[in-house]
Every structure is written in C-alpha cells, then in structure tokens.
Design a protein around this ligand. Structure first.
Ligand SMILES: C[S@@+](CC[C@H](N)C(=O)[O-])C[C@H]1O[C@@H](n2cnc3c(N)ncnc32)[C@H](O)[C@@H]1O
Length: 197
C-alpha cells in the first residue's frame, strides 16, 4: 500500500482568478512561492511523485479562505514551470463553487479553514517545519507524514498552537531559515534516503 507524503504551505496569494501571469511575485500575492513549492513537492527529473499530496490555503483578498489540494497520483498535463502551475491555479479559482470540485485532473478546490483541514487529517502524523524545532536527525518520521510550512511569512502563533493541539511535532532541518520550496525538496530527499513511503 502506498504511504502518501503530505505538504501544506500557507499562502497569502489572492483569491480571485484575475491573475496576471506576467506578475506572479507582485499583484498575485506571491503566487510564485506556492508554484515553486508545488514544483518541489512533485517533480523528479522526467517524472512526478505520485505519492505526494500538496495542500495550500490562500489567505489573500478578496474572498479567503480558498483551499487547494493537488494529488500526485491523479495530476495530468501540469508541467513544472511556475507559469504553467499558475495557469492551473487560475482555472481552480475560476471553477470554484459551493462544494469541493476537481477543477482539472488531480486538483481540488473548495472553501476550507485551517482548523477544518487539521480535523480532516487527524489520522496523519503532523510535523510543523520550524527552524527552532527538534533536529530532523533525531526524529523518526512515522505513519503518513504531513508537513506544515509558512510561505515568505511564517505560520501565525495561533496556527502553530492549533497544530500542537492536534499533536504536531516541530522539526528543524537546521538553524538557517530556508525558502519553503527548498525545505520541501530537502524533506523529499530525506524521506527518499530513509526509505519512507
Ligand atoms: C521562508 S521561511 C519563513 C521566513 C521567515 N521565518 C519569516 O517569517 O520571514 C518559510 C517556511 O519554511 C520553513 N523553514 C524554513 N527554514 C527552516 C528550517 N531550518 N527548518 C525547518 N523549517 C524551516 C518554516 O515552516 C517557514 O515558515
């Protein structure tokens, strides 16, 4: 049976589909950061990681929260460049309705709060990615791991508290503060080395 790896990145990207594809870092609220995190979650050279599920909640204006989930075993036609990933996010925002829908193969969109996301994923082993957490060298990654990261801004204290209340453990990959996408690439590499999943 496949063990899935889950990543969540909080995003401050805007929640309307009028995304300027030529200005992902600016007017779209750092959509470039999410796109790079998606790239780091899924892409290998000439292949895609089918055992990864990527989650994000957009908190930008005009109508947050928007929850987007991408499932590696169902993704089709998305390519690893930021612009192409942004096109699929734009389609998700355009097609979003009252209920969760699969906007394009493997991409699901709905309205969901962080608390609801945590409640739905009680069965996973939650890890908060935090520079000050326990060194990953000393942590045995178990169960179906779910890693939580900030984007260019850290998770808020309230969100960290919520994670702890749901049993999360804070883990660190070092004292330096790395880009979220680099953290994801490092975690994927680490789990590959450890034979997890
Ligand atoms: C670019 S960093 C956040 C930047 C910075 N802390 C701030 O608020 O300006 C993005 C996320 O990557 C994760 N992260 C960065 N460096 C890390 C490290 N050394 N160990 C574990 N997680 C890390 C954290 O989840 C962080 O919220």
């Amino acid at each position: 049976m496949t063990t899935f790896r889950h990543f969540y990145v909080k995003s401050h990207a805007k929640t309307s589909p009028d995304i300027n594809l030529k200005d992902l870092p600016g007017s779209s609220g750092r959509l470039d950061v999410v796109a790079r995190c998606i790239n780091a979650s899924f892409w290998l050279s000439h292949d895609i990681r089918r055992d990864v599920v990527f989650h994000t909640i957009f908190h930008g204006e005009p109508s947050p929260p928007v929850y987007i989930r991408m499932e590696g075993d169902r993704l089709r036609k998305v390519s690893p460049d930021e612009r192409n990933i942004a096109i699929f996010i734009k389609k998700a925002l355009e097609r979003m309705g009252e209920e969760e829908i699969e906007s394009t193969p493997g991409i699901f969109v709905s309205r969901k709060s962080f608390e609801e996301l945590l409640r739905e994923n009680r069965d996973k082993t939650l890890y908060l990615m935090d520079e000050e957490g326990e060194d990953i060298e000393n942590v045995k990654i178990t169960g179906e791991p779910f890693f939580f990261l900030g984007d260019h801004i850290d998770l808020e204290e309230e969100e960290k508290e919520m994670l702890y209340r749901h049993g999360a453990k804070a883990i660190s990959i070092g004292e330096k503060s790395y880009l979220s996408s680099h953290c994801i690439a490092i975690i994927n590499w680490w789990l590959d080395r450890k034979g997890v999943g």
